[in-house]
Structures are given as C-alpha cells and as structure tokens.
Design a protein. Structure first.
Length: 349
C-alpha cells in the first residue's frame, strides 16, 4: 500500500483498542462469526534452558538489526516478533520447531533491544507503533524477503497487525496474540474505568521523570515484575529471565520504552515521516490476510476481548484460546501451540 523513499526511512489497553474500533464504526455492527478452538497445554513449569542466539546482522533503514536466522535459506519465510519486556528468547523453542518444518525463521531484536543499534546518533529514539512497523518492512527489504508469515505477541503482535494492515502484499499470513492491537493517540487519551486504568500503572509511571529514572535504575527488577504480573502461573527460573534481561542493556532501551508509552498517551510527539501511516492506523484498518489470533487463559496483562476484534479480520480467520495457565508470553509458555498456529495459518495462504 505504501512506498518508501529510501533516505527517509502497545501495548494498548483493551479500552483504547475498543475505542479505536468503535471510532471506525465497527462495534455495534454484526460481528464476524469466527471459529474458536481451545487448546490445552500442561501448566507452565521451569524453563528447559532453550536459548536463541542472534547469529546475523544487517543494515536496514534506521538500524543495524541483530537477528536469529535459522532453517533452510530457501524455506518459506516466517518472522517472529517479540514484545516488552521480552526478547528473541521468547521464541527459543518455537523457532526450531518451525525450522524443522522447512521454514526460514527470522527473529529480530526490535529497536532498543539486544544487538540492534541505530546507525546514526541523530535519529530520534522513537518508539511509536508506525516506526517499529517500518523497521520490519526495511528488514524484509534488506533480506530480500518479499513476503513472509508474521507472528508476534505484545509489541510484536501490534507490529505484525500493522504490517498486515498497511502492507498486505508483504504479509502472507498472520498470528497475533491478543488479536487486533492497532491503536492511536486519540484513543489513548480517552479515560478508562478505574479498574482498567489500574492495569496501566506502569504507563503512567513512565509519563514522569521519576518513572524514566526508576526504569533506568531498576530495569531488570521492573521487567521481572511485569513477567510475574503478566504470567502469574509461569514458573520461569532466574536463568530464563537473565537470558532475556541481557537484551535490556541496549543503550537505547530505556528511551525507546519510555517514548513508546508516552507517545500512546499523546505526551510525546512522533515523527512527521510516519504521519501518513498513523493517519491510516487511526481509522482501525481491516486485516485481509489469513489470520489466527491466540490468547492465554491466564494472561495477566491488559488485553481485549476477542469478540471486540473478530470483525477486523476479513480473510480466513480463527481464534484459539490456549488453556492450562498460559499467560502473556504465550510463545515461550506454550511453544507447541504457537508454532502450530504459525504452521496452520501459513498453510491457509
């Protein structure tokens, strides 16, 4: 849908997502009847030590992107996108499962994580949703990938949704944990009921200088708390957390995270070069590519009800509830179910 000039180139609350969709005239209309499957997995236990290493890097747009690349080079491409505060190790078990099935699996560190770095000190440390989506398009361009199945959770799910909505020719199929997460600043400014606002305590914390300083000082403690709140039944061990926490030592991590959440509330500006994308995203565009959405039955992070977003997916669509105490970091907590969704939706396309 959009072309780039080479030189120029959330987690949202369920209330904000609902408001964005309502603004587009979706809620109140007949909801698409999508099939729903329930997949049972064993209760999450301590991690088995699976690790995913970033074995390659490439200059792409504003960034030098550090990424894992496994599986046959000629395989059908799959991009796996992590969220906050996580890293590529969320896919440490998923990626090999897909590679073993013949896929070329690309798992990049997002801007502000791991070995991914900005090419210029002058580039704004921008965490707005369109900027991160453009990063993925630029990565695909740099790798010569015309089209891929894209899957993710948290920031990664939002980014995958945006790529599918704005550039459907680049997205063969989509897997999105917690469904349709595209938002906009207008929706982000709208007040929510107190119980919903409470779930967003960290977003308000990041809006203050104290919050930025606190996150910079206690980055790992903060991230571990989010892991515990978002996945209350996941019994991850210190080694598992430490592997991912290493990615937060990126020199731009704090700036990107704080800007992301401030931008959502309209407290920090984005960049003019992304305005045309944000204008389209503010209208809550439909997603036409084949899609499977996933949700864990014990997701402790804010997330929308699947009924509020089913109508946004106009192609072949299925929602799957993954039960057994599965929280927010679904690909790491239920890797078999996540990998199966990717293989299934890829086969639909």
């Amino acid at each position: 849908m959009f072309n780039f000039v080479p030189a120029n180139l959330t987690r949202r609350s369920f209330g904000s997502v609902t408001l964005a969709i309502a603004a587009a005239g979706v809620l109140g209309e007949k909801t698409t009847q999508a099939s729903q499957a329930t997949t049972r997995v064993d209760m999450p236990t301590a991690a088995d030590g699976a690790t995913l290493e970033a074995n390659k890097g490439v200059e792409a747009g504003d960034l030098f992107v550090s990424y894992a690349d496994i599986g046959p080079a000629t395989g059908s491409p799959v991009l796996l996108l992590h969220g906050w505060p996580y890293d590529i190790n969320s896919f440490a078990q998923v990626a090999p499962l897909l590679a073993d099935r013949g896929h070329r699996v690309i798992v990049p560190f997002l801007r502000g994580y791991g070995g991914t770095r900005f090419l210029s000190a002058e580039t704004k440390r921008n965490g707005q949703q369109a900027a991160i989506a453009v990063d993925i398009i630029k990565l695909m361009d740099a790798l010569g990938i015309k089209q891929a199945t894209i899957a993710g959770f948290d920031w990664g799910a939002r980014t995958a949704d945006i790529v599918a909505a704005l550039w459907p020719e680049r997205c063969k199929a989509l897997v999105s944990v917690s469904g349709y997460l595209i938002g906009n600043q207008s929706a982000g400014k709208a007040p929510l009921p107190p119980t919903a606002e409470l779930q967003w305590w960290y977003q308000f914390y990041f809006a203050t200088d104290r919050g930025r300083e606190g996150y910079e000082k206690y980055t790992n403690d903060f991230a571990k708390l989010i892991w515990q709140l978002a996945s209350p039944h996941w019994k991850f061990d210190d080694e598992t957390f430490s592997r991912s926490a290493a990615a937060f030592a990126n020199p731009d991590h704090v700036a990107i995270v704080v800007h992301n959440y401030r931008w959502r509330l309209g407290l920090a500006p984005g960049e003019d070069r992304f305005d045309e994308y944000e204008a389209v995203l503010a209208k809550a565009p439909d997603v036409s590519v084949p899609t499977i959405t996933l949700e864990g039955d014990a997701n402790g992070a804010p997330h929308p009800d699947p009924k509020t977003y089913a109508a946004k997916f106009k192609g072949r669509y299925e929602h799957r509830l993954i039960t057994g105490g599965i929280g927010h970091n679904l690909p790491q907590e239920a890797p078999d179910a996540f990998a199966q969704a990717v293989m299934d939706v890829d086969a639909w396309a």
